[in-house]
Design a protein around this ligand. Sequence first.
Ligand SMILES: Nc1ncnc2c1ncn2[C@@H]1O[C@H](COP(=O)(O)OP(=O)(O)OP(=O)(O)O)[C@@H](O)[C@H]1O
Length: 285
Amino acid sequence: MSDTTVTAAAADGLTARDLSWSVKGTVIVDGIHMHGGRGEITGLLGPNGSGKTTLLRAIARLSKPDRGVVHLGGTDLATLRRRDLARQLAVVQQHAGTDLDVTVLDVVLLGRTPYRSALQGDSEQDRALALDALQQVDMVEFATRKWATLSGGEQQRVHLARALTQQPELLVLDEPTNHLDIAHALSLLALVRHAGLTTIAALHDLNLAAMFCDHLVVLQRGRVVASGAPHDVLTPQLLREVYDVEADIGTHPRTGRPLLTFHPPEPADSAARRARQAARQGVIA
Ligand SMILES: Nc1ncnc2c1ncn2[C@@H]1O[C@H](COP(=O)(O)OP(=O)(O)OP(=O)(O)O)[C@@H](O)[C@H]1O
């Protein structure tokens, strides 16, 4: 059986095995094993600096892992040429800005690049796909606007439109809601769910993660410390141990998903919390 041959375990969705990445001798993500079900949203959680972006970059082959493999539908992503990889996965990164003097529609049409030759222009079908994606993210009236004039949240929605226009199997989203108001955050995640793509998304808002993700993976200091269904993962104990916060976990009356209510920290706890946070900043052995 060749490396790229489908195996029973890896055929369905995204599987990372023993994925590790380090910089100048410091291990940033360490031996990650995770699975994202086909057509499901897997939420990647963890405090600032826990390794979410680094892991997403290694999964998307934006950086080369030190070791480990990533399979999508049974294919080892490391075996794909750039163009084939771009047909398989689309990435929406944090701070993915560009200073180019281009329109919003031009940015979305970049999603069609993997499907055409260097000399080929945009087809009518490309434009129709791009405009449809802009419609879905509620940005179609901005199609002719200069990209650089958009707000952070508008740029984020356009980046999702570009990723959808790419028609990938896998969507990799790094904090896709961080610039969005609550209405657009909810509608963007609902749109992602409706798209039915295998999706892995780093999220900071735990209530949004609970509401939209099928599966959660929690990172702490570059390692997976919990993974499973939202109800199983989001416990008061995990929130205390990983985020150093106190919370009550109820059930959303309409969705049946976990509903988190956080306790404001007591002023007297601040010094102890800062000390615990400083202790957590340690380098991974
Ligand atoms: N190229 C690099 N050189 C040095 N340190 C790095 C590099 N890339 C990442 N790190 C460090 O690795 C750790 C993990 O970073 P990463 O961006 O993956 O965290 P994150 O979980 O996405 O954080 P956040 O929630 O703040 O976005 C951080 O401490 C970061 O400073």
